[in-house]
Design a protein around this ligand. Structure first.
Ligand code: PLP
Length: 400
């Protein structure tokens, strides 16, 4: 019998982290690599937030805290939900963890039993299915098609619900597609969920503030108040506040669920970093004025990438509503051959050949559950994006 657990054998390491590691390795070997695989903003944490972190250290906030968050952070989170989403929560309905990732993991660990199913629209953030598997549940996928802007339909949701469905995992704007559900589209989904009272909603709102053009962010508990008692709304400071390394995520939902999440956390990591919690208070309570200029920059980069990739014969690149990813289809490239004689049989082969030939690191679509595509993270400089897209253009032009 294997020394390692059977549960662990069901999951794979994060492919996005694997691609980022490979790109870093090649770079260390002296290769000219442009990494477009990391899901984090390339700018610094705003100054006032950094200052709050430094003050926290100097003022001695360096000890264990309450397991699931200090009172002033929970208050700041309640204020955020009211301000941004019109949702009323008390601090007892709030949990803080080491990133949204831990909060999602805790929620699944706290609730899943062996027969339980979790509905996950594909393409999905790479960690969802593996977290469900680690927690002993079964992921059930709904394929969102490019023709429907990578969004699922109410009919698809209805058809995927069974007596064993425990959660519907919703993410808008989405990693990896950047697709965002409008109020009407989300209402159509919540109408389906109203008919199935045993299904809970896990809404991952991590990219809430990264919304572009006329797209208006909305979240299930806000759109359908009748779902409030069975919705866990997850968010965090990583993306909007450029705080990926600080590791603070949070969620709000029914008190018994929050207590169960606290129990998981109390027997694993205990409190998230005390210093980061203080910095997160400054992020949520402080000025939000930098969000708009950041978004302007992201829109410019998104347009640059969409335009350059759309110019490639064989690539279709929809314009995303938010986040900092594009998810082009390479259906028109499958079956072509590189000058070295390698046939592009899948998006994984495409990404490998692209990295080997040009040094541009992207993540292949199969990792996100919808092929043949690849994900580009455009959270990097205009100059690097232009260079990377030129290399992708040149690579594709050589295929025959
Ligand atoms: N949810 C989505 C969709 C993400 O893309 C990420 C990070 O990439 C997370 C959650 C987790 O973010 P963090 O753990 O940094 O809060």
């Amino acid at each position: 019998m294997s020394f390692l657990s059977e549960t662990l054998a069901r999951v794979k390491p994060s492919p996005t982290i694997a691609v980022s590691n490979l790109a870093a390795e090649l770079k260390a070997q002296g290769r000219d690599v442009i990494g477009l695989s990391a899901g984090e903003p390339d700018f610094d944490t705003p100054e006032h937030i950094r200052a709050a972190g430094i003050a926290a250290i100097n003022e001695g906030h360096t000890r264990y805290t309450a397991v699931d968050g200090i009172p002033d952070l929970k208050e700041a989170i309640c204020a955020k939900f009211k301000r941004d989403n019109g949702l009323e929560y008390t601090p007892k309905q709030v949990t803080v963890g080491t990133g949204g990732k831990q909060v999602l993991y805790n929620a699944l660990m706290a609730t899943l039993n062996p027969e339980d199913e979790v509905i996950i629209p594909a393409p999905y953030w790479v960690s969802y299915p593996d977290m469900v598997l680690l927690a002993g549940g079964t992921p059930v996928f709904i394929e969102a098609q490019l023709e429907n802007d990578f969004k699922i339909t109410p009919e698809q949701l209805e058809a995927s619900i069974t007596g064993n469905t425990k959660w519907f995992l919703f993410n808008s704007p989405s990693n990896p597609t950047g697709a965002g559900y409008s109020r009407e589209e989300l209402k159509a989904l919540t109408d389906v969920l109203l008919r199935h009272p045993h299904v809970w909603i896990l809404s991952d709102d991590m990219y809430e503030h990264l919304a572009y053009d006329d797209f208006e962010f909305c979240t299930p508990a806000e759109i359908e108040p009748q779902l409030y008692d069975r919705t866990l709304t997850v968010n965090g400071v990583s993306k909007a506040y450029a705080m990926t390394g600080w590791r603070i995520g949070y969620a709000a939902g029914p008190e018994p669920l929050i207590a169960a999440i606290r129990k998981v956390q109390s027997q694993s990591t205990s409190n998230p970093c005390s210093v980061s919690q203080k910095a997160a208070v400054a992020a949520l309570n402080g000025t939000q004025e930098f969000l708009a200029p950041n978004n302007e920059m992201f829109v410019r980069r998104r347009n640059l990438v969409v335009e350059m990739l759309s110019a490639i014969d064989g690539i279709t690149c929809p314009v995303p509503d938010g986040a900092f990813y594009v998810y082009p289809s390479i259906a028109g490239i499958i079956g072509k051959t590189t000058p070295g004689g390698v046939e592009i049989t899948s998006d994984e082969v495409f990404a490998t050949e692209l990295l080997n030939d040009t040094g541009v690191a992207v993540v292949f679509g199969a990792a996100f559950g919808l092929s043949p595509n690849f994900r580009v993270s455009y959270a990097t400089s205009d100059a690097l994006l232009t260079e990377a897209c030129s290399r992708i253009q040149a690579f594709c032009a050589k295929l025959s």
